[in-house]
Design a protein around this ligand. Structure first.
Ligand code: PEP
Ligand code: MG
Length: 566
């Protein structure tokens, strides 16, 4: 068994085809006829562009428009004036086209590869790909044709470059194994787009595997089974079939409304951490965003993001969502979310301490700049504000007063925003659960954060393994808390969502349907699964389940019962 990174889900059983890049050897030589050499170089560039366009087209069909853009980007790079000037300058100085190309691209590859930034490093991978292709053209070398791989092929390569991927026939390639790459590398993105199981970063894959040998690629768990036994084949065939069956079933829920079996409609949104994730939410068929965790904008940097920077990020998400709801949660730092440059003091009890709304209300200028940024973004979509870690009505009132101050400022400055922007409460503390009736009178919506609500209700730190047995949203105390929050919201006529992990739990879904939850907000990968799970239950069935569960005295009883019926 070889271990790597599971970068594209699924299981593939097939025979290895090793794809090694040919070493492109040549002897650098001095050039006399400069014009002829420059022409040889421009002819090679022309051939490269033609080839790349064809590959981009192939990729558009097999993987999608975004993936084709990666290849089209290569044309932009080769046409870059700086690059062209450097290569032609070297040729004019008497260097042959091969050496001029290699020297120039190696210089840029060195610069890009030395950065810490993954995106810039990815540019280095693009340049390597371009260098290889250009040198192959200049030297007249033909590569192994991946497009001719037979059915049941597992591609094994150092890395899968976009140009290689363009040759992939999805019907024939059942798995991909590489020696390099991460979840976010091109190899991973392309494998996922083509829905081919992939395991990346398998050390020495090329020397450990040989062409023609049978392997199993387990992209779900990041494993490669070598020399599989008959039992392995049977086992993985069953897993693959179940995986594909579930995927097909889930796909049937794409583009559909989120309805119970008896016709009640729910809203099914996504949790996101960046504007880019908003695109993923849409791709995943989310109906909006129920939680935008804004702390990611504040992390991995050395000073606070400005109001404008934040505005751009929130506006970008709102624009991508095209009028679908976008609930932006104000800064939720402290506890397990540290931001070094804020200089927060170490606390005895950080989860009970100076964090989230408590910190923001004491750092009003910072808070107001975030609120203004959110308000400004509200001119570009259905943007809503949500405060985290509310424990008392005063906190909600103070937060709302700041929203009004920020509105006054924007109004006076003639900046557009939604005057009626909804302001909601993230109910994730025991206190907010107990006073849900009072909060519901002053909040425009609730969203239940079960990740924290469970911990705060059970007085239990989930990072502590000695007490983790208590950390379950199926504890009767937590279930009562959830039920009471939803019922109080419903009584006050405000929508109640859930953005904690429990919203995607198939065991929890019938209970939430029965309690009257109106919105589920889950990670993008769970959208179709949750829609399918909601469709399984009629409201009457969900009510019967909930009634039984709410009489149970222990978490174990609850979970055992739910597992027996779900
Ligand atoms: C929660 O507490 O349930 C929640 C969704 O917020 P976070 O996980 O960001 O604390
Ligand atoms: Mg929380």
């Amino acid at each position: 068994m070889l271990k790597g990174i599971g970068a594209s889900e699924g299981y593939g059983i097939g025979k290895v085809m090793i794809v090694e890049e040919k070493t492109l050897e040549y002897t650098p030589h001095a050039v006399n006829d400069i014009d002829a050499e420059i022409k040889r170089y421009s002819d090679a560039v022309e051939a490269f562009i033609k080839e790349t366009k064809e590959q981009a087209e192939a990729l558009r069909v097999s993987a999608g428009a975004k993936e084709a853009e990666i290849m089209e980007g290569h044309i932009g790079i080769i046409n870059d004036p700086g690059l062209k000037m450097s290569i032609e300058g070297l040729i004019t100085g008497g260097t042959c086209a091969e050496a001029a190309t290699e020297q120039t691209l190696d210089m840029f590859i060195g610069i890009f590869a030395a950065t810490e930034d993954e995106m810039t490093q990815q540019r280095a991978a693009d340049l390597k790909d371009i260098k290889h292709a250009l040198l192959s053209i200049l030297l007249g070398i033909n590569e192994v044709k991946i497009s001719e791989a037979p059915a049941g092929t597992v591609l094994v390569a150092k890395e899968v470059t976009p140009s290689m991927t363009a040759g992939i026939n999805k019907e024939n390639i059942v798995g991909i194994i590489t020696e390099t790459g991460s979840q976010t590398s091109h190899s991973a993105i392309l494998a996922r787009a083509m829905e081919i199981p992939a395991v990346l970063s398998v050390p020495n894959a090329l020397s450990q595997l040989s062409s023609g040998e049978q392997v199993i690629v387990d992209g779900t768990n990041g494993e490669v089974v070598t020399a599989p036994s008959a039992d392995d084949i049977t086992d993985y065939t069953a897993r693959r079939d179940a995986f594909l069956r579930e995927k097909r079933e889930l796909e049937m829920f794409r583009g559909r409304r989120t309805l119970s079996a008896s016709g009640e409609e729910y809203e099914l949104c996504c949790n996101i951490g960046s504007p880019k994730d908003a695109g993923k939410a849409i791709q995943a068929d989310g109906e909006g965003v129920g939680l935008f965790r804004t702390e990611f904008l504040f992390m991995d940097r050395t000073s606070l993001p400005t109001e404008d920077e934040q505005f751009e990020a929130y506006k970008a998400a709102a624009t991508i969502l095209k009028g679908k709801p976008l609930i932006i949660r104000t800064l939720d730092i402290g506890g397990d979310k540290e931001i070094p440059y804020l200089g927060l003091e170490k606390e005895e009890n950080p989860f009970m301490g100076f964090r989230a709304i408590r910190y923001c209300l004491k750092n009003r200028e910072m808070f107001k700049s975030q609120i203004k940024a959110i308000l400004r973004a509200s001119a570009f979509g259905d943007v809503r504000i949500m405060f985290p870690l509310i424990t008392a009505v005063e906190e909600l009132r103070e937060g709302k007063a700041l929203v009004e101050e920020a509105k006054d400022y924007l109004r006076a400055s003639g900046i557009e925003f939604n005057e009626n922007i909804p302001v909601g409460v993230m109910t994730e503390t025991a206190a907010s659960g107990v006073i849900a009736d009072l909060l519901a009178k002053e909040a425009d919506f609730f969203s239940i954060g079960t990740n924290d609500l469970t911990g705060y209700t059970m007085a239990c730190d989930r990072g502590n393994s000695d007490v983790s047995y208590l950390y379950s949203p199926f504890q009767p105390s937590v279930l009562r808390m959830i039920k009471s929050i939803i019922e109080n919201g419903v009584k006050a006529g405000i929508p109640v969502g859930m953005c904690g992990e429990a919203a995607a739990n198939p065991l929890m879904i019938p209970l939430l349907m029965s309690f009257g939850l109106t919105e589920f907000s889950v990670s993008a990968v769970s959208v179709l699964k949750v829609r399918k799970n909601i469709a399984k239950w009629t409201k009457a069935e969900a009510d019967a389940v909930a009634e039984k569960v709410m009489e149970m005295a222990t978490e174990k009883e609850v979970v055992d019962y739910l597992k027996s019926i779900v």
